[in-house]
Design a binder for this molecule. Structure first.
Ligand SMILES: [Zn+2]
Length: 130
């Protein structure tokens, strides 16, 4: 019997053997840069320095906070990776497969007693009216 390494899901922390886990790419924020407003900028702003004004404006009005993202490959359980959803979608598609002729025949045979009943009623009415 093969034994598998136990992996833990990076997203929910569940621990499962490797075949029940898969590798997914995850975006990791490694840091953000935000140009800081220095006292010099504020002073320059007050004194009408164009460069300082631009910098202060950018910091206050434009959200120029930049995030540095890096892709990292991590282990994920099928639930977190969305694989279970993909499997469920696959199964739902299989169930939508059109009925075969044999299945249609079965449905028809099951409907026969009902058809006979209707015929009997119709004949009875015709006989009664005659
Ligand atoms: Zn998980």
């Amino acid at each position: 019997m093969a034994t598998y390494a136990i992996k833990s899901c990076n997203l929910c922390g569940i621990r499962k053997p490797q075949p029940e886990m898969e590798r997914v790419e995850k975006e990791v924020v490694t840091g953000s840069s935000k140009s800081k407003i220095t006292t010099g900028n504020v002073l320059g702003y007050a004194m009408g320095n164009k460069m300082s004004q631009n910098k202060v404006h950018r910091n206050i009005f434009a959200n120029n906070k930049r995030q540095y993202k890096r892709k990292r490959t991590v282990w994920s359980c099928f639930e977190c990776s969305g694989r279970n959803d993909r499997i469920r979608a696959e199964q739902a598609r299989v169930e939508e497969v059109p009925k075969t002729q044999a299945e249609k025949d079965v449905e028809f045979r099951e409907a026969i007693p009902g058809l006979i009943f209707i015929c009997v009623i119709v004949v009875a009415i015709m006989v009664w009216m005659a």
